[in-house]
Design a protein around this ligand. Sequence first.
Ligand code: NOJ
Ligand code: NOJ
Length: 631
Amino acid sequence: MPSIATLALASLLAVQGASTSIHQGLALEKYIKTERAIALQGVLDNIGPNGAKVPGAGRGLVIASPSKVNPDYFYSWTRDAALTFKTIIDDFLFGNRALQPYIEDYIHSQAILQTVSNPSGTLLPNGAGLGEPKFTVNGSRFNGNWGRPQRDGPPLRAVALIQYSNYLISQGKRDRVKTEIWPVIANDLSYVGQYWNSTGFDLWEEVSGSSFFTTQNQYRSLVEGAALAKTIGVSCTGCSQAPQVLCFLQSYWNGKSITANFITGSHNRGGVDANTILGPIALFDAHAPCDSPTLQPCHPRSLANFKVFVDTFRNSTLYPINAGISQAKGIALGRYPEDTYYNGNPWYLITLGAAEFLYDAIASWDKSGSLTIDATSLPFFKDLYPLAREGTFTWYHPSYYLLQRLVRSYADSFVAIAQKHTPPNGMLAEQFLKSAPFTPTSAANLTWSFASFVSMTHRRDGHFPPSWVPRTGPLKPVVPSVCTPGGSVQGTYAPATAAGAPNVTAPCLSTVRFVLNATTYYGENVYVTGDGPTLGGWDLATAYPLLSSNYTAERPLWWADVPLDMPAGSATGKSVVTYKYARQQDCGRDWIVEEVERTVEVPACRTDGSGEVMAETDDAFVGEGGKPGGC
Ligand code: NOJ
Ligand code: NOJ
């Protein structure tokens, strides 16, 4: 064992070597201070109804970005909104009282959104509509093709609302939480308890299966939800699933790193993905022990995985932007190495998320007063300090100070990457180019990028969110010795009317399988338009998209199982629905709409939400075919 003096000397040298020059350090502090204010304003500018950059957005709706083309992000995503509000609520709890009206508007908007029927389903009777990823800026359904459902939205929203509810309770507002906010949270927790074990799309909206980020947040929501339910004296449907979700969470560890997704169907993914970094920061609790099976940032497996993830992007063929940067320094980070979206570039929110992850780990060590290096986490530490060895170092040990400083300057070096690629006006887009000239790309002014900046600064400043991991009692995280597959609890759902939701009832559905033969070119899409809200009431902008999943050259098949929301009175007998097909041309050209008027007879509708197919069409497109626009 080296003597303390040797270690102290080594530490001095190492800290000097790894940290930036004093000049660069000051520049970083200045950047953080300036950018923080810009970022918070950037978030608020994208929230309705008064957000300067999103005219037309409804009250309390967070718009992902003002960008309407290339890409069109002028929508409200449940995930982006909840993550943004987690940060806003944080900022509010740390003293920014001016944010309270935004939080109140958010609660109101989400109570309403929960009741909006959409292509994922409806709130009643089975909660399926809660898995819808995004809504239009005025809060109406979005009918386009999308990777749905996505099951991270409800738990993230529940966690944000629970955080605010706990604050209200501390202010003596228990009754308000119980009557007004809990009903919103309860729907989301019911959804988690019922569907955590069902497949869904990942946070990047691309692969269907089970996703680490989603599972991790689902677990947190059930534990925190159970605790809140107890405080206000209600029961939580679904919270009993928490131990099984925790059991499942452990299965993502592959012995070396965290496999980000269990994907159904064929895919081209190695399993390295930023979702494994963003998950731990979303459930960070500075008071949780580092061996907590919740997989906090300071968990040895999380640290080992951090290294595997970051090292993947050190490959300068993949990311020329990272060429020549040494192993102990932060780099630009993207979603996953196989990414092709906008050519697969680094993202601000992931690069900043990596910094936040490291600040979180430091906070946990500081709170517990010690830092343990084991065989699993040793490679992570060796990158920063080649002499690192296994052991437990208490805060007064020089090695503790050394390692803590090294991790902090490593964290700062990720922020410095974001700094380097932040344009002079401070606006953060979604991505920046992985190759020269390394300029911002994809959606401009991305709300989530701004929110990630604000969140990072809180952790860097030692501001930590309220603790949520129970240390004792029945909710303490204990991994069951055997995982029981197939867990699910039937949820109970009701519109949160006290928070402003309309008093909806279960829709009466007649599900029709629309089957159409239509030869199309790559880039052309086909929709069914017609009577009633599901088919968009003859408005092409809200027509229902057909799927080409079974399309072949021999059988140019377009189809969809469409749960038609029927008018009251259709429950007793058959009724007739009128519809047509429409081809959406590429390059923004006019649609080609059929000139015939079609009808399908549907049996009496049902309110049980089963979605069982009751009628099937067998159609061939009538009218001219489309031609590629060549844009
Ligand atoms: C939009 C999604 O939001 C994004 O994550 C995805 O990469 C692209 N669609 C391409 O599928
Ligand atoms: C694409 C991202 O992949 C997804 O996570 C996000 O929700 C949307 N863009 C909107 O920002």
